[in-house]
Design a protein around this ligand. Sequence first.
Ligand SMILES: *[C@@H]1O[C@H](CO)[C@@H](O)[C@H](O)[C@H]1NC(C)=O
Ligand SMILES: *[C@@H]1O[C@H](CO)[C@@H](O)[C@H](O)[C@H]1NC(C)=O
Ligand SMILES: *[C@@H]1O[C@H](CO)[C@@H](O)[C@H](O)[C@H]1NC(C)=O
Ligand SMILES: *[C@@H]1O[C@H](CO)[C@@H](O)[C@H](O)[C@H]1NC(C)=O
Ligand SMILES: *[C@@H]1O[C@H](CO)[C@@H](O)[C@H](O)[C@H]1NC(C)=O
Ligand SMILES: *[C@@H]1O[C@H](CO)[C@@H](O)[C@H](O)[C@H]1NC(C)=O
Ligand SMILES: *[C@@H]1O[C@H](CO)[C@@H](O)[C@H](O)[C@H]1NC(C)=O
Length: 552
Amino acid sequence: MRLYSVLCVTALARACLALSDEPHEQIALGQPFHESEDVNVDPLTEAFNAKVAHVLKHYHVPGLAVSVVRNGTTYAKGYGLANTTTSTPVTPDTLFFAGSTTKAHTATAVSLLVANNTHYPHIQWNTPLHTLLPEFILSDPYATTHLTLTDILSHRSGLPRHDMVLFGQDLTLPAVVEKLKYLPMTEEIRTEFQYCNLMYVVAAHLIEKTTNQSLYEFLKENLWSPLNMRSTYLDTAPALADKREISEGYFFNPSTNKTLATNLEYSPVIRGAGNILTSVNDYAKWVSALLARAPPISEEGYAALFGAHSIVAPVVKPPFSAPDLYGFGWALQNYKGLQIIQHGGAQVGFGAFVVLLPEKETGFAILGNDMMGMNQVSLILAFEIIDGLLGIKQEERPDWEKIIDTLFAGLKFSNETLAALYPDLPDKDSLLPHPLALDAYSGRYTHPAYPTLKITARCPERDVLKNPEKWTGARLCASFENSTSGSMSVDLALDLFHVTGTFWTLVSSTAGMDAGARVEFRISAEGKVTEVGVEFDDMMQKKEQKIWLARA
Ligand SMILES: *[C@@H]1O[C@H](CO)[C@@H](O)[C@H](O)[C@H]1NC(C)=O
Ligand SMILES: *[C@@H]1O[C@H](CO)[C@@H](O)[C@H](O)[C@H]1NC(C)=O
Ligand SMILES: *[C@@H]1O[C@H](CO)[C@@H](O)[C@H](O)[C@H]1NC(C)=O
Ligand SMILES: *[C@@H]1O[C@H](CO)[C@@H](O)[C@H](O)[C@H]1NC(C)=O
Ligand SMILES: *[C@@H]1O[C@H](CO)[C@@H](O)[C@H](O)[C@H]1NC(C)=O
Ligand SMILES: *[C@@H]1O[C@H](CO)[C@@H](O)[C@H](O)[C@H]1NC(C)=O
Ligand SMILES: *[C@@H]1O[C@H](CO)[C@@H](O)[C@H](O)[C@H]1NC(C)=O
């Protein structure tokens, strides 16, 4: 179950590594590229501006900003609105939350500790984390004592996302770390790439505990000030104190065709994994430094950050010419022979994309104020720039808009998505009834790490029910206790549809974003419901592993 909108981090592995997840068989490869475009020409041309105007409208994004650094020169521009109520235009100085592009900064902060052998000789990439943080304990003792900084920063810890742990619970960093031991692993360590925001929250905890500075203070002092990035933050308060203009965040609800404000909703505890608040002008300074391999990051630091530590997917998917890899907070791709170092960011109300093309001495940042729409917009604009840089003629370029629409249509939530959860169900007439009366399932279900789930047989009316095609007609409803999604001017709807026997489907819906998950109830010999199991994320779904919440 992916609760995109409410979950404040990039719930989207898709956005983070967008093009790596899905096949692209239908892509025409295009011709080998010609002369490159002159690197000294402004890439934000009239044609590019027209493209931006089109995608903003088409994908319902109110505004975005772009900066491109080319051979040492920065070109930057704002498009559309930062606030639709006040009609404030986006400028290159408008601040946006930039989601998981934060991870590169967290990893850089770790690289500064690793490089500092005077003060932190005990912190090296391959130091077992448990020796630095005795409180770092996982459910598996081998993983606890063997996981290193390299493992956690390259998403090969063995833990799946478990993003819901951060939902609606007002946690501190140490409290998140304290919960890790209750979270099941879905793989052996170092065997699979499993994108895990929680491990970047752990890295933030390591930095804060080691330096006795907040992550913000540490980054400001050691990275952002040296790079003259004076408009980069992890919270809104200091940005407002500095009189910076912050864009409102938005989401588009396709079932009502309305765009609503998120009221800058964010969760401070995900710093490390998300929450960077910045402008494209500041990101141009970041991109320039990375392209020039400038200090304060050491040469060894760059080698580690941009080095390949995990294989995201072992197969080559055209038009890419090598498997997707992951460094530390960076995805590494190869497109028509050109190395692309990139990371996306998706966070409630916002979407971001940072791309480095070291061989072309070019990099760019795209920041926008709608999460779902920006997934598509970022990719279309990124490849508009990249294809231009490669000198690929218009008529020979892949039709990115079509490719991306096809890709996202395939990911769209539908009856097929729900049917795939239970592919082997018998005919509708042979589905087994629920063994207990619906009221018998009502109650609070608790877990030491996950938020408390309240289940009731008294369901609210809904205009549209997103039920599977095959179900018995019995429905329960759920909510997370004390969750604060109300401030997003939209409710999180959790419906449980009875499928057969003790098996159900949970559908979460919010702002036009839906997801489904398998659910199972356990019933004792005396006929009482004792536990509910939910497959809260993709990896758990793949492994058919449930989080079991006990009836309180
Ligand atoms: C990059 O800019 C410098 C001047 O700043 C110029 O000498 C050089 O030729 C440029 N590089 C290319 C590839 O045009
Ligand atoms: C190493 O860390 C210490 C303590 O935080 C700091 O004072 C010093 O400037 C750091 N050295 C370098 C080279 O970053
Ligand atoms: C720094 O250490 C003091 C004393 O242990 C503690 O109260 C404070 O919270 C620490 N600050 C940070 C940012 O960790
Ligand atoms: C956008 O404008 C409205 C109306 O003035 C205001 O209430 C809201 O706080 C603004 N959003 C931001 C992020 O400033
Ligand atoms: C939303 O807009 C689309 C395209 O303009 C239209 O097909 C659809 O019927 C609209 N839906 C609602 C609920 O107004
Ligand atoms: C929810 O809030 C109530 C009242 O403040 C509190 O007693 C309860 O422990 C909270 N539940 C959780 C799961 O935090
Ligand atoms: C699945 O199809 C049924 C009609 O057969 C419809 O009521 C329901 O809304 C559909 N569910 C989804 C998720 O589209």
